[in-house]
Design a protein around this ligand. Structure first.
Ligand code: XMP
Length: 516
């Protein structure tokens, strides 16, 4: 399949670049910006994009691409830092600029080029830079500039090598998709071969070849990702080879375990192992308040329980499968540049058992190249029920990261009940499917309230509802006020321990979706 390689230098929008290329129907792969290029340059790579970066090219430790990049005949597109990098590395000069440009800036075309084909002069671009190209590298020219006279698009005189100062991947950039389309389809000539059917075919083939006639163990959480991974494994392999294990941590939502079991049955699985390990998890978490520590404890306990149960099953040397997504890999700092930020440790990516299995070549992650919405499309193709596919994402550590501070049985019971009411109300009011992720968070504080003539000192519960494309960024859901007020009243009327309900109005960034 034709593909565009994206060299990641640590920009927050690298994943968006990859996504946008896929939206054009072309496969994209993000690799660390400093990767040695030769092993990555298979015949199907049709062009390379260099991402932005929080660094400046003139800093000593700023990430550099393999110098071989500049001797390739492939089309190149540098975005922001990527463009400055190309200038700096080939004899140009990049300096801090007194006129910093953040946000909207008009771009005026000074010379027509294939990259800006069919794009009107004076279009509004999206900028985010403090440095600028002061001197072009030899053989480059400016083909568009901003109203401040800053080079907005530079081009090599004879090669298909372009540099952009603006960010075409950001939705606020007018004609951004057209710029990427001109690059990927016209300049690189990449064929539109990327779609879910193609992924399904390739994914099944890969699973068959990788696993052969060995057994595979997939940990099921009940969420969309692991259900789709299960569906894919069951389609690629005889059901007898596929073992699905559901570890009930006690940190699942109300009725979730029962629903999971029913759903798994409908996927045609013949080996479903339901493990009730709530007591182990809650004991290990007693008194723990630090969020990353909670994640680590839960991750480790997963491994312990899994190892113990796998031993009982007698399938110790089985392949281990996970529903890890592309974004999980990226947010955990894997699969991208050395300097990528670790935002939260996703236990399913970094666990020692998984790493050990990975070293032995015994890990199967059939969704690791997919974004969330692509996973949903794949689930639909696999015939999963809309109830599973439309389910909001749920974090691996479960309700543990939604009870801020110490987890107690009482808090867990309160949160489960509140969350159940909230989600049920959203479904009944036709709001659930309009929201990307909704949940409750129990805060580690109480506030004074009054009911009847009595003062009460109850917990504060936060309602969260966000809209998002892939969880990398998120906006607050504009909740209809009446619904919000009625849901709040229903929660405080039904759960005496909750005295106050608040709605979280923070987007991501700067907040994250979860509170811990
Ligand atoms: P944040 O809170 O980082 O979440 O904006 C982005 C998406 O990831 C989910 N999430 C997790 N999933 N293990 C998981 O499997 C985790 O530790 C974890 N932390 C956050 C979160 O629910 C949201 O969908």
């Amino acid at each position: 399949m034709d593909k565009i390689l994206v060299l990641d230098f640590g920009s927050q929008t690298t994943q968006l670049i990859g996504r946008r290329i896929r939206e054009l129907g072309v496969f994209s792969e993000i690799v660390p910006g400093e990767s040695e290029l030769a092993p990555k340059l298979s015949a199907d790579v049709k062009g390379i994009i260099l991402s932005g970066s929080p660094e400046s090219v003139y800093e000593k430790d700023a990430p550099k691409p393999d110098h071989a990049l500049y001797t390739l005949e492939l089309p190149l597109l540098g975005i922001c830092y990527g463009s400055q990098r190309m200038m700096h590395d080939q004899g140009g000069r990049v300096t801090p600029h007194s006129k910093k440009e953040y946000g909207r800036a008009r771009v005026f075309v000074t010379e027509r080029s294939e990259l800006l084909q069919n794009i009107p002069d004076g279009f509004i671009s999206w900028m985010s830079h403090g440095d600028t190209i002061e001197k072009l590298a030899p053989d480059f020219k400016v083909v568009a500039q901003t109203e401040n006279g800053i080079p907005a698009v530079v081009k090599h005189n004879s090669k298909q090598v372009y540099g952009l100062q603006f960010h075409p991947e950001v939705t606020h950039c007018e004609y951004g998709m057209d710029v990427l389309k001109n690059f990927a389809l016209t300049i690189c000539g990449a064929k539109k071969e990327w779609n879910v059917d193609a992924y399904l075919r390739a994914g099944m083939e890969e699973i068959k070849t990788h696993v052969g006639n060995q057994k595979v163990l997939l940990l099921i959480s009940g969420g969309v990702d692991s259900s789709v991974a299960a569906g894919l494994l069951l389609k690629a392999l005889p059901p007898d080879q596929v073992h699905l294990m559901y570890i009930d941590t006690g940190l699942m939502r109300k009725h979730e375990s029962q629903e999971v079991e029913a759903n798994l049955g409908s996927l045609g699985a013949v080996h479903i192992h339901h493990i009730n390990a709530a007591a182990d998890f809650l004991k290990a978490l007693a008194g723990v308040t630090d969020p990353e520590k909670k994640r680590r404890i839960i991750g480790d306990m997963f491994i312990d329980v899994q190892e113990r149960e796998v031993k009982k099953l007698g399938i110790k040397n089985a392949y281990l499968s996970q529903g890890t997504l592309y974004t999980d890999m990226i947010e955990s700092g894997k699969g991208v540049g050395k300097k990528a930020h670790v935002i939260k440790s996703h236990h399913n990516v970094r666990s020692p058992l998984v790493e050990a299995k990975r070293r032995q070549g015994l890990v199967v992650e059939p969704l690791a190249m997919l974004y969330k919405d692509e996973v949903r499309s794949l689930g639909k193709k696999l015939g999963l029920s809309p109830g599973i596919i439309g389910r909001h994402p749920f974090p691996g550590p479960g309700l543990a990261v939604r009870i801020l501070g110490e987890i107690t049985d009482e808090k867990l019971a309160v949160l489960k009940q509140a969350d159940y009411i909230y989600i049920d109300e959203l479904k009944q009011r036709g709001l659930y499917d309009k929201i990307w992720q909704a949940f409750c968070v129990l805060l580690p504080l109480r506030s004074v309230g009054v009911s009847g003539d009595m003062r009460r000192y109850g917990y504060v519960l936060t309602l969260r509802a966000v809209v998002s494309h892939d969880g990398m960024t998120a906006d607050v859901f504009s909740f209809p006020t009446t619904d919000l007020l009625e849901i709040s009243a229903k929660i405080t009327n039904s759960i005496k321990e909750i005295g106050r309900v608040v709605y979280d109005v923070s987007s991501k960034p700067p907040a994250t979706i979860e509170w811990e």
